[in-house]
Structures are given as structure tokens and as C-alpha cells.
Design a protein around this ligand. Structure first.
Ligand code: PLP
Length: 285
């Protein structure tokens, strides 16, 4: 059984335990690094640790271990696992909190985990021995599959934190063309001159169930004009009302965007009609 490192201790892998509330598990909120070693000698350890630190800094994840301390952990793991050709895997997550909230929690300790795994001997400069590949091609979609309700939520978490750190409860998102997509954890609707619009579903948005229900309810039970169409950020900024939708919020009015009032800065009448209908029909689905 291989020996792993977890939060300051060395222990057999099957004894290592991490909370299911760990943000690495819930959100993919963490950074990892892999370093090869051959016969106990590390390859590129310094640059690997620098990249890891850059990632940690970029997501504001504080771990109080410097490169020398990481090296000690690496060497200890190599020794305890008998050397040979080993890959070292480091994984740092923001840690476990008591509740699930996108915003970065304060006062929780990062989870630090490292283990080793066997790797092939170092590639030799020898044509006959080269490990060759046959490959495919596809468009680079990383990560433009926001329609998948994946637990890899670090992007959403960072977007949510953008608003949270400014004292706001959500962050509206737009694409390169300046078109509204959604929010960090909600879909978005606008109202202009009594008409409701929300961006159409595609790979840039999660197909929210509240969005689906609200569209259906408004179409079936009201005469409010409703459209799924491209909504520019210009339209968002000049809308009479803006709403967020999600299962926990249902339909929630947005009163300001970047500290500028939406419409007259008050909860709107179309919102009241929409939330009233939603409340009436929420159990129809
Ligand atoms: C990115 C994102 N968009 C939209 C939503 C709203 O989806 P639903 O109405 O199904 O809760 C969520 C909810 O988690 C979300 O995470």
C-alpha cells in the first residue's frame, strides 16, 4: 500500500480521508501539479512548484508552504514509497466548509494531498524505442460546455467571487461579442417595455429548470410577450427590469448592476406578475 501525504501527515492511501464537503469535490476548487521522478531524482521540480503557486495565487488560495517545504514532502514520499520511477501528484483544494456556497469561505484550511504513482522509465533518444502516437483533431472547447451541469465549477466560483468581493450577490456574464450569457449560478432575464427576453440556450448557458418553467408559465398563463433571443449587454444596461432565475431563488429582481440602478431601481411590476404566476404553477412540473 502506497504512503500518501495528507494535511501534514503520512499515512497509507486507504486510510486517507477527505470530507465530502471539500470544495475540491464540490466545485473543482483547487490546483494540482504532477512532477516526474526517475530513480529518486525529480524533474523540473522548481518550475512545477512555481506554476502551482501561480495557480494558487490566481484563485486566491492561500497555502502556507514554500518550495523547500514542498520539496521535503516530495522527497519524504519518494523515500517512503521505495523510490524507482514515480510520478508525484500534488492536489490542493480550498478545503471543506460546513455549507456549500460559491463565494470563497474565510477561515477554512486548504486541503493538501500528495501521492505517488508508478511511471515508465525516462524516454530514451532511440527511434526504435520511441513511444509513438496516432491522434485525432477536434475544436478546442475548454471550457465552453456550460450547458453541462458539471461539478468543475471553478470558473463559476471565480465569477461569483468577482461580485461577492464587491458586495454584490451575483455576477452577470457576457461573451466576447458583448452578449449576455447567464450569471455565475443563475439564468438571466430582462424586461423592456413590458416584453420579457432571455438568451437562447446553447453551450454558453446551463439550461436552467427555473428558466424552462418560467418561460412555459409565462407563455401558457399570461399575455406578457416572451422571447428567447440574443440579449446584448447594452440592452441589459438599459432594461426596465432584470431578473435572475434559479431553483433556490425562483425569479429574483436585480436592482443594480455595477452599482447603477436597473430601471428606476425598484422591484418591477412585470417581476411581480411573473413571480405571482410562478408561485401559482410551481407544482405543475
Ligand atoms: C450556471 C448556472 N446557471 C443557471 C442555474 C439555474 O438553474 P436551475 O434553474 O435549474 O436551478 C444554475 C443553478 O445552479 C447555475 O449554476
Amino acid at each position: 500500500m502506497s504512503i500518501v501525504y495528507l494535511n501534514g501527515s503520512y499515512l497509507p492511501m486507504d486510510e486517507a480521508r477527505i470530507s465530502p464537503m471539500d470544495r475540491g469535490f464540490l466545485f473543482g476548487d483547487g490546483i494540482y501539479e504532477v512532477v516526474p521522478s526517475y530513480a529518486g531524482k525529480l524533474v523540473g521540480f522548481g518550475p512545477h512548484m512555481q506554476r502551482m503557486q501561480q495557480g494558487l495565487d490566481a484563485i486566491e488560495l492561500k497555502v502556507h508552504l514554500n518550495e523547500a517545504e514542498w520539496r521535503t514532502i516530495a522527497q519524504e514520499l519518494l523515500e517512503r514509497n521505495g523510490g524507482g520511477n514515480l510520478g508525484l501528484y500534488f492536489h490542493i483544494s480550498r478545503g471543506a466548509d460546513l455549507r456549500r456556497n460559491h463565494a470563497y469561505p474565510e477561515n477554512i484550511a486548504a486541503t493538501r494531498y500528495a501521492f505517488v504513482f508508478e511511471i515508465a522509465p525516462p524516454p530514451a533518444p532511440d527511434k526504435a524505442a520511441a513511444r509513438c502516437f496516432h491522434v485525432s483533431t477536434t475544436e478546442d472547447l475548454r471550457w465552453r460546455r456550460c450547458n453541462i451541469k458539471s461539478t468543475a465549477l471553478l470558473g463559476n466560483v471565480m465569477h461569483y467571487q468577482h461580485g461577492h468581493s464587491r458586495g454584490h450577490g451575483e455576477t452577470l456574464l457576457y461573451n466576447e461579442a458583448g452578449e449576455l450569457t447567464e450569471a455565475a449560478a443563475c439564468n438571466v432575464f430582462i424586461v423592456k417595455d413590458g416584453a420579457v427576453a432571455t438568451p437562447p440556450l446553447d453551450h454558453q448557458k446551463l439550461p436552467g429548470i427555473t428558466r424552462l418553467m418560467l418561460l412555459d408559465i409565462l407563455r401558457k398563463h399570461s399575455s406578457i410577450p416572451v422571447s428567447e433571443r440574443i440579449v446584448t449587454m447594452q440592452e441589459v444596461h438599459s432594461a426596465d427590469e432584470v431578473w435572475l432565475t434559479s431553483s433556490s431563488k425562483e425569479v429574483a429582481p436585480v436592482l443594480s448592476i455595477d452599482d447603477q440602478p436597473v430601471g428606476d431601481g425598484q422591484v418591477g411590476d412585470v417581476w411581480l406578475a411573473a413571480q405571482t404566476l410562478f408561485a401559482r404553477h410551481r407544482y405543475d412540473y
